[in-house]
Design a protein around this ligand. Structure first.
Ligand code: ATP
Length: 289
């Protein structure tokens, strides 16, 4: 039997660094949202004990380096099932773009395997397992809109964004590796020795008061300014979105993907077309719960 799960991309509506831990990880304060842009992850259990993987896009690792393969291995050994699995990834989320493309495939693999194995783990246990694979994995399992202020793996509810929000997610040019992004932050902010985080109160109040304008105005990403200086294509995409009428445009994660918030699908389509005509990836999408 095949279990197919949609693996949704995430964006950061707020992303700030609130300190560096003794283990070298950065503590972040973030609000994340899943979007309808997604990979499809299909999993089957098989008799032989190996984990195999295929993907329809070149450049995505299909061996043990694929985080979905790691997730399958971890799940099957944790629940003590003596079979292997085959994972098929339909890749639509741009790679190394700050959209949690790998993390969401790992989350979908855990979810699919748990269904195939009769839900042996609770949702909480599945998230705990996911956290050992990557900080974004628990959020990708849960989806919707959440706040986190640890490594990114401990989640708290956050008010929902307006349901009819129209996004364009776009990216192009050189990718960004997460370690490079954090290194750039440490250099820019002097290792956060004297940095005051912005806080999420304004964003929260905007959402609670159901104000789309205030919501768009209060997006924040500490990575944006320094990374856009190093990634001119991402800066250009942001400019195209704003010129095409986006209420706001903001980089996601450590970049280089940028999302724009639009009043309606017509404006969003116009912006996406301009970006695509420039040779970059762009897609209209909507929030998912
Ligand atoms: P995050 O936002 O979680 O930091 P990202 O969106 O910036 O991640 P990914 O798309 O996860 O970045 O890709 C980062 C690297 O992970 C890629 O360069 C790729 O080699 C590796 N990788 C491993 N598994 C996957 C996967 N299933 N999909 C995409 N990349 C993967």
């Amino acid at each position: 039997m095949t279990e197919s799960v949609k693996a949704y991309a995430k964006i950061n509506l707020h992303l700030d660094i609130i300190g560096i831990r003794d283990d070298g990880f950065h503590n972040v304060e973030t609000v994340m949202q899943t979007l309808s842009l997604c990979d499809t992850v299909s999993v089957i259990l098989k008799d032989s004990k190996d984990i195999s993987c295929e993907c329809d896009v070149e450049g995505v690792p299909t061996d043990e380096k694929n985080i979905a393969v790691k997730a399958a291995k971890l799940y099957l050994s944790t629940v003590g099932i003596e079979s292997g699995a085959h994972i098929k990834i339909g890749k639509r989320i741009p790679m190394a773009a700050g959209l949690a493309g790998g993390s969401t495939d790992a989350a979908a693999t855990l979810t699919a395997l748990n269904k195939l194995c009769g839900n042996r783990l609770t949702a909480r246990e599945l998230c705990d397992l996911g956290a050992s694979l990557g900080a974004d994995v628990p959020f990708c399992i849960v989806g919707g809109c959440s706040y986190s202020d640890g490594k990114g793996d401990i989640l708290h509810p956050f008010p929902s964004i307006p349901e009819n929000t129209v996004f364009v997610v776009a990216c192009g040019g050189e990718g960004v590796s997460t370690p490079w992004g954090y290194g750039l932050m440490d250099r820019t902010y002097n290792n956060f020795t004297d940095y005051t985080p912005k806080g999420t109160e304004n964003l929260k109040n905007a959402l609670l008061s159901d104000s789309p304008e205030e919501f768009a105005y209060n997006l924040f990403n500490i990575f944006e300014e320094p990374v856009l200086r190093e990634r001119p294509v991402a800066a250009k995409i942001k400019r195209i979105m704003l010129d095409a009428g986006a209420k706001a445009a903001m980089m996601s994660g450590s970049g280089p993907s940028v999302y724009g918030i639009f009043n309606n699908t017509e404006d969003a389509e116009r912006a996406a077309d301009i970006i695509k005509n420039n040779g970059y990836f762009a897609q209209i999408c909507f929030p998912t719960q």
